[in-house]
Design a protein around this ligand. Structure first.
Ligand code: MG
Length: 219
């Protein structure tokens, strides 16, 4: 695969995704409990879609939801990383969509089954272009970002609302896995998720990062 559009400095290694990291989003899906540790699942890197590429409706499922998220690129190897050092492992940031088949996810959750069918379908990881990150230029603990569909604002979030801030996510993930250059982390979605329809244009934006868009094929 060719990931040159994304300004990745390394071959993408894994995509970690954090679930349930914003309180209002947990509530809008009917949840009541704040997780005690980060909820993690993965998507394969082949599901990455560059900005401007056409998205096609998945081959199953009926309720396709947008989830805009701040996305991190890991730039150096680390294990058991301290919170104080965590941000130094990030080489670049962007925005992405953790596309989710909500109807499929509801069934899987109810049955206590894994989420792959709801989260890891083809083209489930639209990803913006990475912007080099340095802690003194961008405040990752106070970063505004949004998602609009057909120019209507749907999600308006800020990383300061995260249950587990970015430093904590890196610390915890690095206890469970050795983080490697090319690892990508989707950091969770704020409230406002909702259904997409054929022909929709989805835009994600952050003043500090940029604007990226994707269109869903009309059939
Ligand atoms: Mg998500």
């Amino acid at each position: 695969m060719n990931f040159s559009a994304h300004n990745l400095k390394a071959t993408p290694n894994r995509i970690f995704c954090i679930g349930k990291n914003y309180d209002k989003h947990i509530k809008e899906l009917g949840g009541t409990q704040t997780p005690e540790e980060p909820v993690v699942f993965m998507k394969p890197v082949c599901n990455i879609v560059a900005p401007g590429e056409i998205l096609h409706w998945p081959s199953y499922g009926s309720e396709l939801h947008h989830e805009v998220e701040v996305v991190l690129l890991i730039g150096k190897e680390g294990r058991n990383i301290n919170i104080a050092d965590a941000l130094s492992y990030i080489s670049a940031i962007t925005l992405g969509l953790d596309l989710t088949l909500r109807d499929v996810q509801k069934k899987l959750k109810k049955a206590g089954l894994p989420w792959e069918l709801a989260k890891s379908f083809e083209q489930s990881a639209p990803l913006g272009i990475f912007k080099d990150y340095s802690p003194n230029k961008i405040d990752l603990e106070n970063l505004a970002f949004s998602c609009s569909v057909n120019s209507n604002l749907r999600q308006n979030g800020n990383t300061r609302e995260m249950i587990f801030p970015i430093s904590n996510l890196i610390q915890t993930l690095s206890h469970w896995w050795t983080l490697k250059p090319g690892d990508i982390i989707f950091t969770g979605t704020p409230a406002g998720v909702g259904s997409l329809h054929p022909g929709d244009k989805i835009e994600v934006e952050s003043p500090a990062i940029g604007l990226f868009s994707w269109s869903l094929a009309s059939v």
